[in-house]
Design a protein around this ligand. Structure first.
Ligand SMILES: Cc1cc2nc3c(=O)[nH]c(=O)nc-3n(C[C@H](O)[C@H](O)[C@H](O)COP(=O)(O)O)c2cc1C
Length: 370
């Protein structure tokens, strides 16, 4: 097996399974839940280079690292190579183990300011951004990209070459174009072609909802690790499943993780207010795979405090226990012959978007993938 210095430095297992930065989602309470289930690395939500340079309090608040977090990455996106490099100089002094540049975010507000996937249109700019960023930090450093802007601007090969040449230590590829929504399949063949082309490691991203999806991504593309995104929403056990093969989630494990999340949420944001509102969407997700989830979902919208949430969760647990239900149903809808998940995959639903005002740093529409 070829050793990868950046992976060794970060203490990664042989095949790392990473939690993506997710705007409006990956604050430290949720990251801790995922780390507890084996995520090899977690990230702070994407930050704007401009906001960092303006010393935005909200953005610096988002950088908070909990003392229990053994490893933590940060992701930034900037409208110019210079802005990005200057922001990375600042991030270099913050308590992060690794820094990623986002070149894939499709959100209109983000791309209008030349950030996120707008960078993909210009591989020369990718090179300049990565080169200057590399000079701004000695920390392990990566980029996250999509395959290109649209069908007529598929730049992934030039972008990947530019990232490698500029000094990125690995690249994460979300196998879709900026113009494609989540109903488009993930292009594994192109991820495989990039993997064959590069010397640096490649992480695969897109539609990883169960171990079978991760295995398929690995076998079909040869990637060195995977990044899990929507698959972790309400299902932090996906990390354990991918790493160990054990897909079972018991009712008591579920209660333990959800109540820990609630306790950490309260410690981070207080007993009511936006911390509680923000928890609603997590509870909607945690309800997946349990009989009677509809009833819980209907009630969640009325939760005004963490105590309300806790009461609903305990009541739900008691009802399921009384009905003799001790194990969760598969949330990815089962697997096909090759082990990849089929059926009802989790699709972003605007009703989960109730606390989008909490989407600090990158703009309100960041929770609404285009
Ligand atoms: C709510 C939400 C927030 C996201 N925020 C980010 C982000 O801050 N940075 C990033 O690189 N990708 C972000 N993404 C994109 C995901 O990381 C990932 O690339 C995409 O969802 C494809 O993976 P999936 O099909 O497994 O969900 C976000 C996606 C969602 C659904």
């Amino acid at each position: 097996m070829v050793r990868i210095p950046a992976f060794d430095k970060l203490g990664f297992p042989e095949f790392p399974v990473v939690l993506a930065p997710l705007a409006g989602v990956t604050d430290h309470p949720f990251r801790r839940v995922c780390a507890g289930q084996g995520a090899s690395l977690t990230y702070v939500e994407m930050l704007s280079a401009k906001a960092i340079l303006y010393n935005s309090k909200r953005t610096f608040d988002m950088m908070a690292r909990h003392e229990s977090e053994a490893i933590l990455g940060v992701q930034v996106t900037g409208g110019t190579a210079d802005d990005t490099a200057r922001a990375i100089e600042i991030l270099d002094k913050q308590p992060f183990d690794t820094i990623d540049i986002n070149m894939g975010c499709p959100v209109t507000k983000v791309v209008k300011s030349g950030c996120g996937s707008a960078i993909l249109k210009d591989p020369e700019r990718v090179y300049e951004t990565v080169r200057k960023a590399r000079a701004a930090t000695d920390k392990p450093f990566s980029v996250k990209v999509r395959l290109g802007w649209d069908r007529s601007t598929v730049t992934i090969f030039e972008v990947a070459d530019a990232a490698e040449k500029g000094g990125a230590e690995w690249i994460t590829i979300h196998g879709r174009l900026r113009s494609e929504d989540y109903s488009y399949p993930v292009d594994l063949a192109t991820i495989a072609a990039v993997k064959r082309r590069l010397k640096i490691p490649v992480f695969g991203n897109g539609n990883i909802f169960c171990r079978g999806d991760a295995v398929q991504m690995r076998e079909r593309t040869g990637v060195d690790g995977v990044m899990v995104s929507r698959g972790a929403l309400g299902n932090p056990w996906i990390f354990r499943e991918i790493l160990t093969g054990s897909a079972e989630v018991t009712l008591d494990e579920w209660l333990d993780a959800v109540t820990s999340h609630l306790a950490w949420q309260q410690a981070a944001y207080g007993p009511g207010g936006m911390g509680a509102v923000c928890m609603r969407k997590h509870l909607l997700w945690y309800a997946k795979g349990w009989p009677g989830a509809k009833k819980l979902r209907e009630r969640i919208n009325t939760a005004a405090s963490i105590q309300d949430c806790l009461a609903m969760v305990h009541e739900f647990h008691a009802e399921l226990s009384a009905a003799g239900i001790t194990r969760r149903l598969p949330v990815a809808g089962g697997c096909d012959d090759e082990g990849a998940s089929t059926g009802q995959r989790f699709v972003w639903d605007p009703k989960y978007d109730m606390d989008r005002q909490l989407d600090r740093g990158v703009g309100d529409d960041a929770l609404q993938p285009v």
